[in-house]
Write a protein that binds this ligand. Structure first.
Ligand code: NAD
Length: 246
């Protein structure tokens, strides 16, 4: 029970990783609140759900207020939202300036806004903990060859957004010196999600043991960073990728 009675808001809580994180928190005795822009699908009475849009200051503050009113504190925020516009995911040469900017606005801008608003609350409360989700593609350049024979690519917006989230994490951690609020980042490698078999084969050849990870392989690191056992880990980016990025 590493998270006993900790009140933890998981933004993107209805997504692939978000759902796994919510369940992981519950398993460790914590109280997860799933906050997402998309309406809840399978209702589980053990888990609170709040609709939130990370690109809206009002929506984020409404979420903070609802949780605070119900529980009297918020121990941590985990941001796993993945906002994308309708043209997201194009090949580098086909990305329009407007789409590049819009994706940076909603994803990187949304992470900034969410952290900023929670930090304002955490400063009043006197403690807090933030985990932002980046990616190995915020750390290393892509191996484009693993996408050969697929329609997939590693979007240029993603590289810009995720590398910025890692640095934003360091900036905020240092800005909060002496405030008892820590900010860390997790950078997963690719997560199994019905990708084309050729892609998985190519991807796995660059990993050290398992290959592409499952969503549950990320949970241990999230629990670790949420728990008091990692109290003095601050401003860090932890890569979880079976060595892909080495
Ligand atoms: N899945 C992977 O392979 C992988 C790998 C590395 C990093 N990541 C990162 O992990 C995080 C989670 O990824 P995922 O695969 O679970 O994504 P996902 O698309 O399955 O889930 C993301 C969730 O974010 C929500 N969301 C989108 N826009 C939002 C907004 N404006 N406000 C609030 N919620 C919003 C969506 O409704 C969705 O439920 C992302 O930051 C992603 O970049 C994922």
């Amino acid at each position: 029970m590493l998270l006993k009675d900790k009140i933890i808001v998981v933004i993107g809580g209805e997504g692939l990783l978000g759902k796994a994180i919510v369940n992981g928190i519950l398993h460790e005795g914590g109280v997860p609140i799933s906050a997402d822009i998309k309406p809840i699908k399978d209702s589980n009475n053990d888990i609170d759900y709040i609709m939130v849009d990370i690109t809206s200051k009002k929506s984020i503050n409404d979420c903070i207020e609802i949780v605070y009113k119900k529980y009297g504190k918020i121990d941590a925020l985990v941001n796993t939202a993945y906002p994308r516009n309708k043209n997201y995911g194009r090949n580098f040469l086909e990305v329009e300036f407007e789409d590049f900017c819009e994706n940076l606005n909603i994803h990187l801008g949304g992470y900034f806004l969410t952290s900023q608003q929670f930090i304002k609350f955490f400063l009043k409360q006197g403690f807090g903990n933030i985990i932002n989700f980046s990616s190995i593609y915020g750390v290393i350049a892509p191996s484009f060859e693993i996408y050969a024979e697929t329609t997939m690519t590693m979007p240029v917006e993603y590289a810009a957004i995720k590398s910025a989230i890692i640095h934003l994490t360091r900036y905020m951690a240092k800005f909060l010196k002496g405030k008892n609020i820590r900010v860390n980042c997790i950078s997963p490698g690719g997560i199994m999600d019905k990708q084309p078999i050729n892609f998985i084969k190519n991807y796995n050849s660059l990993c050290l043991n398992k290959g592409m990870l499952d969503k549950d392989d990320i949970i241990g690191t999230v629990i670790f960073l949420l728990g008091d056992i990692s109290k003095y880990i601050n401003g860090q980016n932890i890569i979880v990728d079976d060595g892909y990025s080495l």
